[in-house]
Design a binder for this molecule. Structure first.
Ligand code: F6P
Length: 333
């Protein structure tokens, strides 16, 4: 079976990028090892701190973040990193050709219940020397040169694209290498499965409620088919399912915090997942535009996310743009 780096070398990925990807896989193996040790490694539970997003930090969040940051910044090809767990960017080598944005441990509320979590990353080119600091990262997702995630599940998988399709690698614990196990991933166009946190139903805009109502109505409703629902509460795992067998995943905006309507982060979650999904033939949208075309204004920006099987995403968007929505009332937000 083919190993990660030789596989990418055949794609003529440049040596600098190869080196950054290699560093990421080293980090992934280390995080995977610590996670699989679980309670034995003494790293479960929360710290007393909150991250920049105002979320409780798990010890493993902190550890994974430190590990990625330290190891990536030792790589001379890395100009700077941006992490969901850091207030600002952290600079590395001035001549580094790449920027890495990452969510060190996505879905970390799953850690203490021994459930699925992952690391998501996005690699951008360093812009010219006239751009500095955080501004270097403020590039639309279309500029990403590579993106992917590591899913720490029953097996550890690295799912990856450099813009030439999506490949899946599985960590062989015996040899300590990621081996190619699936290639040319294609998301089926149609689906009967969706993923959304239904407990937020009352906070969504009426058009989103209408869309979900019609999914739930099943074969006797306007969609004339039954839909199943899955929610793992880790975007990595929910998107992995979509890449494996199709589906629609969404975390829509809601009206709980008027000035913070969205939950997921553009640079650490939206963009890398959108690149993977589009490379696999799916669609990834904010509800207003293609995620990859959003011009970021700051590194911790949040976005609405609707992604997955192309036809289902299109249907969902049709509901959202229906201004005549019959379920809307004057009190709806
Ligand atoms: O961004 C963090 C995250 O854990 C995502 O991975 C996941 O999709 C979502 O939040 C889960 O949200 P909720 O807590 O609403 O289920």
């Amino acid at each position: 079976m083919q190993r990660l780096i030789p596989t990418l070398r055949r794609d003529q990925v440049d040596e600098g990028l190869l080196s950054v990807i290699n560093t990421l896989q080293i980090c992934a193996k280390e995080i995977s090892f610590r996670l699989h040790q679980g309670e034995l490694a003494g790293v479960l539970g929360s710290t007393l701190d909150e991250n920049i997003q105002g979320e409780t930090q798990k010890m493993l969040d902190v550890l994974a973040n430190q590990l990625l940051k330290d190891i990536l910044l030792e790589n001379p090809h890395v100009r700077a990193v941006a992490s969901e767990e850091e207030d600002g960017i952290v600079e590395g080598e001035k001549t580094g050709e790449y920027l890495v944005a990452f969510d060190p441990l996505d879905g970390s509320s799953n850690i203490d219940i021994n459930s699925l979590v992952g690391t998501i990353f996005s690699i951008l080119p360093t812009p010219d020397k006239t751009t500095s600091g955080e501004d270097m990262f403020l590039q639309p997702g279309t500029n990403q040169v590579a993106a992917g995630y590591v899913l720490y599940g029953p097996s550890t998988m690295l799912v990856f694209t450099t813009g030439r399709g999506v490949r899946m690698f599985t960590l062989d614990q015996k040899v300590g290498e990621f081996l190619l196990t699936d290639t040319d991933i294609e998301i089926p166009n149609e689906t009967c499965e969706f993923a959304i946190n239904m407990s937020n139903y009352r906070h969504w805009q009426p058009q989103m409620r209408h869309y979900v109502d019609d999914l739930l109505a099943g074969e006797t409703g306007p969609r004339c088919k039954n839909f199943n629902m899955r929610w793992i509460a880790a975007m990595v795992a929910d998107v992995h399912r979509v890449l494996c067998r199709g589906g629609l995943f969404t975390y829509p905006g809601d009206n709980r915090k008027p000035n913070k309507p969205y939950k997921l982060r553009l640079m650490y979650e939206g963009n890398p997942m959108a690149m993977l999904v589009e490379q696999a033939g799916g669609l990834a949208h904010t509800g207003e535009q293609r995620i990859l075309e959003v011009q970021p204004e700051h590194i911790h920006q949040r976005v609405g996310v609707i992604l997955g099987s192309a036809q289902e995403v299109t249907t969902c968007l049709e509901y959202l743009t229906d201004s005549q929505d019959s379920h809307s009332t004057a009190t709806d937000v």
